[in-house]
Structures are given as structure tokens and as C-alpha cells.
Ligand binder design. Structure first.
Ligand code: SF4
Length: 299
């Protein structure tokens, strides 16, 4: 395949995949919502979970997005330095966004800042947003697609704590964020927490945290325990589905961390809603691909 044909091919794959993410939740989220629905005892909450389930069935049958807010599209790339179309990926993903918006169809959500005009294409300055990690000696690329809806993005916050505030300060920050704005994000939430050195590194990690599966755990035992304790504590709030009260507030809490300056604790929170539209696809050098987030999926 020549380079031009390869670019067109990959653009089409990513366009279809992006559009698909708006219509189907990833397998881990669907399973978690099913578990929460089964365990729920509050009558109203059970009904809300059931309407979420019906919503997913309708999205599938009608081939339509599962939420009206298809969000601003973000791609998180873990790219091998030897991936043959590395230099073309930015254009490919921009054109994939245009294609998914046209063919999905996806609602237009990109408003050009300071111009205050909707571009009508879901593209704009630096949008779709691309986040890069380059892996040496690898010729594949793994792409996480995320649809950042308005409600689920609203609670997002970052702060640098004084070192003496310690992990208790981290927990307090997470609870402040979720109790003040968590209901805006259509619970049950997937809460991502970044613990790092500064505001922007923590913010980036908090978003990476909600790209991890709901049931995944931090590799450090203390951090994994903190994930569990935060989830238990947030569930005690009983936000319930759509914030209408119920057993659970969250699908889970995922923490991502980095080393930090000894005098700072950067902490940030990102939230994913019940309709947590993300997808993970691995593309090999020959452009064959594997969808990791959605069981049994083929284009
Ligand atoms: S928070 Fe999620 S489910 Fe609620 S409106 Fe926004 S994208 Fe849709």
C-alpha cells in the first residue's frame, strides 16, 4: 500500500472508531453499570439505572449517540517511534474527527475561544486535543479516544497543596471537588485523581487515570488502598445515578501518580460520567488493528 492510501485507510478506521465510541460504552463500564444496577435497593435509583440500560439498547438499535453531548474529542497516543505514519497521525486524527462528526453524526461542540463561534466541525485550534507519549523501538500506536462532555468535564480541578497537608489533603481535595460539582457529571462517576508535583502534571495524570479500566488498580499498594478508601467514602455520600440518591456515587476511583518535589503535592481530579465514552485501539505497523476497550468489536 502506498503512503497516501495508507493515510486514507487509517483515517477511515479512526473515523469509524471515533463515531462508534459515541454510541457504545466500553465493556468495563457496561459491566460496572450492570453490577451497580443489580446491587441498588433504592426504587428511584433502580429505575434510573434501568433507563440508562434502555438508553444503551436504543443507541445500539438506532445507531445513534448514547448521549446528546458527544463532547470535545481528545486522543491520547502511546506511539512507537517507528510507527510508519507517525508524522501523519495529527492530520489523520483531525480528519477522523471531521469524518466521525459528519457520518456519526456527532453534535458540534468545538467553540473557538475568544471568537465565541462554534466551528460546526468538532475541530478548531488544538482540537481534537492530542496527548503524546513516544515509545522507543516500537512500531505500533495505541490510541485512547475520549469524548469530553460538558457535564463530566465541569468538576475538573487542580491545586498544589502544602507538603504538610499530606495524603489527607489529597483526600479532602477529592471530596471537596465531588461534593461541590460531582452531580453535574451525571453519576455514577469514574473519578480520576492525579497526584504529582504541579498543577498541570497532576491534571494530565488525572485524565489519564479515567482512561484506565474501572476495575483496574494502581500498581503501588498504598495508592491502590487509597483508591479503594476514596471509592468507599464517596459511595457513602450516596449520590446515586444522576445524583438522585442511591447506594453508589462512583463506578470507581483511579489514581495516577508521578514523583514530585518534596515541598509540593500537586493534586487534580477529572471525572467521567455514567456514559463514559472512551475507547482504546492498537494499530500495528501494517495497519491491522485490535480494539481493546470493546469486546467483540470489529469495524
Ligand atoms: S455528563 Fe455525560 S451523560 Fe451527562 S450530559 Fe454530559 S456527556 Fe451526557
Amino acid at each position: 500500500m502506498n503512503r497516501e492510501a495508507a493515510v486514507a485507510d487509517l483515517t477511515q478506521v479512526m473515523s469509524k472508531f471515533t463515531s462508534y465510541i459515541g454510541k457504545r460504552l466500553p465493556t468495563d463500564v457496561t459491566q460496572k453499570l450492570g453490577e451497580l444496577r443489580e446491587k441498588e435497593v433504592n426504587f428511584l435509583a433502580k429505575e434510573v439505572y434501568e433507563s440508562m440500560r434502555q438508553n444503551q439498547i436504543a443507541a445500539h438499535e438506532l445507531d445513534r449517540p448514547s448521549c446528546q453531548d458527544t463532547g470535545v474529542i481528545q486522543y491520547f497516543l502511546t506511539a512507537g517511534a517507528k510507527f510508519p505514519l507517525l508524522g501523519e497521525l495529527e492530520d489523520i486524527l483531525r480528519n477522523a474527527t471531521l469524518g466521525a462528526t459528519r457520518d456519526g453524526p456527532l453534535r458540534h461542540n468545538a467553540v473557538e475561544t475568544f471568537v465565541e463561534k462554534n466551528t460546526g466541525t468538532n475541530t478548531g485550534s488544538k482540537i481534537p486535543w492530542l496527548d503524546w507519549e513516544i515509545v522507543p523501538d516500537d512500531d505500533s500506536v495505541t490510541i485512547d479516544v475520549y469524548m469530553a462532555g460538558g457535564g463530566c468535564t465541569l468538576p475538573g480541578a487542580a491545586k498544589v497543596l502544602m507538603p504538610g497537608q499530606g495524603y489527607e489533603g489529597v483526600a479532602e481535595f477529592v471530596f471537596d471537588v465531588i461534593t461541590s460539582r460531582g452531580v453535574n457529571a451525571c453519576p455514577p462517576l469514574l473519578v480520576g485523581v492525579g497526584v504529582s508535583t504541579s498543577a498541570e502534571t497532576a491534571a494530565r495524570l488525572s485524565k489519564k487515570a479515567i482512561l484506565r479500566p474501572v476495575t483496574s488498580r494502581h500498581t503501588n499498594d498504598s495508592a491502590a488502598l487509597m483508591e479503594e478508601l476514596l471509592a468507599d467514602g464517596l459511595n457513602e455520600l450516596g449520590l446515586g445515578p444522576q445524583g438522585l440518591t442511591g447506594n453508589a456515587s462512583v463506578m470507581g476511583v483511579n489514581i495516577e501518580s508521578s514523583a514530585r518535589h518534596p515541598s509540593t503535592i500537586g493534586v487534580a481530579v477529572s471525572t467521567g460520567c455514567w456514559a463514559h465514552r472512551r475507547g482504546k485501539i492498537k494499530i500495528n505497523a501494517d495497519l491491522s488493528y485490535e480494539v481493546i476497550s470493546h469486546e467483540g468489536f470489529t469495524l
